[in-house]
Structure formats: C-alpha cells, structure tokens
Ligand binder design. Structure first.
Ligand code: IYR
Length: 234
C-alpha cells in the first residue's frame, strides 16, 4: 500500500513518433472492430494463466481515489457453473416470459436473438464474475468509502474484454437480472455487489452473431460544439 501522503515518482513515459502512433492505433482499432460478443462457446479448455493475464490487464484500470474496487471471481468448477446456470435461467425466465421485461425492452432485444436459455453458463470453460466493491475496510475494520465505483469497474471490464479479444478469446457481457444469486452461490461478502458475468472461452465452431452495425464516428464524436437553442439546459 502506498503512503497516505503525496510522494510522487517519475513516470516512465516513452514517446513514439507520429507514424508509429498511427500504425499502432490503426492496428488496435482494426482488431477491436473485429470483436463480437458471442453467446455460443466451445468447451475447449483455456489455460488459467491466460485468464490471470487478462485480469491483470483489467486491474490496470484507473479508479476513483485509486481504490481499485473490482473483484474478478473465476469459476471453472462444473458444479458451481451448473448452480449459476440454474439460478440465472430461473431469473431470466421470469424476465423474458414472466412479464418482468416490458414489451419495449423485449423488442429492443429481438435483433440480438436472446432468450432465457443460457447453456453457455455451463459450456464456456470459465465464468468470470466481476463484483464491485461498494466500500472497503481500514486496518481497524472501520468502513472505508470507495469512489466512482461503477465507473471504475466499468473501465476495468472494458480492459478485460480488450485483453481477452487480443489473445483470441471470446466473451459476453452477461447481466442476468437480478444478480443477487451470484453473491450467495459464490459466498461473497456484503460489501461486494455483482456487476457483470463474463463467460470466457473460444467461440463455438461456426458461431453466428447478430447482424448489427457500429455507429459511425460522426454519430459518436462531436468536436467543439457550441450552445444551441434547442440543447437541453436543465
Ligand atoms: N439479461 C438478459 C437480457 C438482456 C438485456 C440486455 I440490455 C442485453 O443487451 C441482452 C440481454 C439476457 O442476458 O438475456
């Protein structure tokens, strides 16, 4: 743990020339643009050290007050995976067929072809369940606040997805809802809340994905906007 006073060290920064910057950025963009969420996995095993490396990369994320409020809970035990699938499908069935998801939500999901069946929860070699650490504890056991927890954990999850994709593994940002069963099955303490469940593995042979497009740069990036008459002010 670092001291609770400001004691900076030099940043080992290595500048590269602009051509190299463009090459690297272009290569990374092309690789990331080829990433797709998949819902069907091969049961081919994946070495544990690869999962550990992806978690290390995820854990380089910036976080509020550097609290690093993420926990990556890794499951490859078939019996635990079975319990997770059973509980997730129970909740998802109520969501999809028991009226918990309103028609508008169901129609938003229609192009993704999802339903309450989640066989990937048993078939993928790993389930990585990310928990947000809502608060921590100091040395005396008193509660210690964390900051920007959702933002921090979201950034870590983004890096995790990128790390998996870079090594050729597939995943899915799965959020069975509600997710409380994950705390129970995995015996997590009350200061941790389930955030996302990532099945991780190789994609199933011949897997298909929804025919969806990414927004163009113009749609997602706005340079130097000015106040306008119809922009909301409150
Ligand atoms: N949790 C459900 C429903 C679902 C919700 C959203 I938002 C998605 O982008 C995809 C699915 C499920 O996992 O099927």
């Amino acid at each position: 743990m670092s001291a609770d006073t400001y004691s900076p060290v030099p940043y080992r920064y290595q500048r590269v020339d602009e051509a190299t910057m463009r090459d690297r950025a272009g290569d990374l963009y092309a690789r990331m643009d080829a990433r797709r969420s998949v819902r069907e996995f091969s049961d081919e095993p994946v070495s544990r050290d690869l999962i550990e490396l992806a978690i290390r990369t995820a854990s380089t994320a910036p976080s509020g007050a550097h609290r690093q409020p993420w926990r990556f809970v890794v499951v490859d035990d078939p019996e635990i995976k079975r319990r997770i699938r059973e509980a997730a499908e129970h909740e998802e069935r109520i969501s999809y067929e028991g009226g918990r998801m309103p028609p508008e939500w169901l129609s938003a999901l229609a192009p993704l072809g999802t339903d309450w069946h989640k066989p990937f929860l048993e078939r993928a070699p790993y389930l990585v369940v990310v928990f947000e650490e809502l608060f921590g504890y100091d040395e005396e056991g008193n509660k210690r606040k964390n900051y920007y927890v959702k933002e921090s954990v979201g950034i870590a999850c983004g890096l995790f997805i990128a790390a998996l994709h870079e090594m050729g593994l597939a995943t899915l940002t799965h959020t069975p809802s509600p997710m409380k069963f994950l705390s129970e099955i995995l015996g997590r303490p009350k200061n941790e809340k389930p955030y996302i469940l990532f099945p991780v593995g190789y994609p199933a042979e011949g897997v298909e994905v929804p025919d969806i497009q990414r927004k163009s740069l113009d749609e997602v990036a706005i340079f130097n906007p000015r106040p306008s008459a119809d922009s909301p002010t409150e």
